[in-house]
Design a binder for this molecule. Sequence first.
Ligand code: ATP
Ligand code: MG
Length: 562
Amino acid sequence: MKVALGPRGGQQRLEAHSPTHPASCKFLLVAPTRGSEAATGFENRSNRVDETVLAASRGAFPEGQTSITLGSIVHDGAIHPEPTVRLALSMMNRHGLIAGATGTGKTKTLQLIAEQLSAAGVPVFLADVKGDVSGVAAPGEASPRVTQRATDTGYPWKPSGYPVEFLSLTGTLGAQMRATVSSFGPLLLAKVLGLNDTQSSVLAMVFKYADDRGLLLLDFNDLRAVLQHLSGAGAAELEEYGGMSKQTVGVLFREMVQLEQQGAGAFFGEPEFDLNDLLQLAPDGRGVMSVLELRDVQDKPALSSTFMMWMLARLYHTLPEAGDLEKPKLVFFFDEAHLLFEGSSTAFREQVEQVARLIRSKGVGVFFVTQSPKDVPADILAQLGNRVQHALRAFTPDDDKALRAAARTFPKTSFYDVEETLTTLGIGEALVTVLNAKGAPTQPFVVHMIPPASQMSPLDEGEMQRRLNASAQVREYATPVDRESAREMLAARAADAARAAADQAASGAPPTATKAGRSRATREPKSALEQALSSPLARTVAGVVTRGLMGALLGSTRRRRR
Ligand SMILES: Nc1ncnc2c1ncn2[C@@H]1O[C@H](COP(=O)(O)OP(=O)(O)OP(=O)(O)O)[C@@H](O)[C@H]1O
Ligand SMILES: [Mg+2]
């Protein structure tokens, strides 16, 4: 029997289990769920989970390996009060998916996994899209619900806060995140600016031009200066790259202004965020959780998701090969992951896919957190070995299709009707399959998740402010640096050109091949400046910032076009 429970159906069913919420009992008459549980209500709590199911789960989640505890087995309306479902630490770099409809428990799942990683000495990166993750810094509070959940799962719950550093794209809710325009690269920037394919390739061309000329693109002023140069005095220089229309330049300018008006100006530039800061351990050996606070940039979803992608790409570039590790070096939680892929180009998705595939060998695990598995492109989904699937809703024919598709991606099980299970899971329950030590997916089990040890609500403003004031990392990134880059270099070139022209006019002598005289309008051979700019030194400086990007590291469209 398949039953649509409504948006909060899971919760109602969950609470129907609970003797602490007798009022919800009447709901069972209205919306029965699977099997005997629907008919018998609370009595199911005392039911025992079938021994065959338990034996199979013990095989799937063996004891004895260092692991993250997820929760306990649920079957046929009964919970087995022993937290036997776990994720092996050695398999965390095989990536994961935490999915489920809104309010089903994704963030709490992310929280309880992140906490245990930290406790095991693994640094964690968390995106806090709605501002509900900051509580990880403070110990959780006991409540009847938490106590009930701890009892139900047989988990010895102990409140604990974790070492946290806050990061912020605007600098107001944590250390100011910054990336240079060059290292962000044309693909990610095109995504942030919402460019179409033609506009994106023009942007790629501009990057290539700047790279070839050793013009550092650090902030938007640099990019603007290069665009201005190429649409004015330097237009002829661009011919060898294919040229660009005035319209497209217009669009680029407009989109840049819009992004700046939304406050993204502070984000592009230097000092660039040092990714080693993500790999810190606290003095007590626990992994530091870097929490990127995004609630103040909710209107710029493309910026936050692409920034996270930038981090991953840079991490890939920076970290040495690690092989198979007992525990990951860093685990990255990509919340609201659908934002990353919405409206993105094929090239972009390919890059994400490649980065996800390759970063595994560097000991980095990536967990995508999103509402529906279909939010993640199939190639990427196929790489996510660890799945925690919370309830899905099936209100519309489209939902129903998505549900069936999601169900098909689970390994076979004779214990559950996967499709039905996916729509009837309670809040904080999930269908879980993980990779076993041999790298094969376990059969899926329904799991009642343990409660997080840290606070489930956000830190209050005062506490947050106190922590930000005390953070050396926040201070370190507070002040921007504006060193010589494309804008200054082009300005100097223009000044030189003007001076040379004036000198020439005064002396009546023919033009010399100076920096300034290198105008393609006159079609000179490669000048000294051009050679100087493509000198090893200049190229190293430029290379450091441009080559780190996904494109450069994987042979991007940009590089291939060379
Ligand atoms: N493991 C858990 N332990 C305790 N409570 C939980 C757990 N999972 C879910 N809950 C309860 O369910 C509520 C919703 O969970 P959560 O915020 O994680 O949902 P979500 O799927 O992230 O929702 P959204 O899509 O809106 O972000 C929590 O506030 C909490 O009360
Ligand atoms: Mg959430």
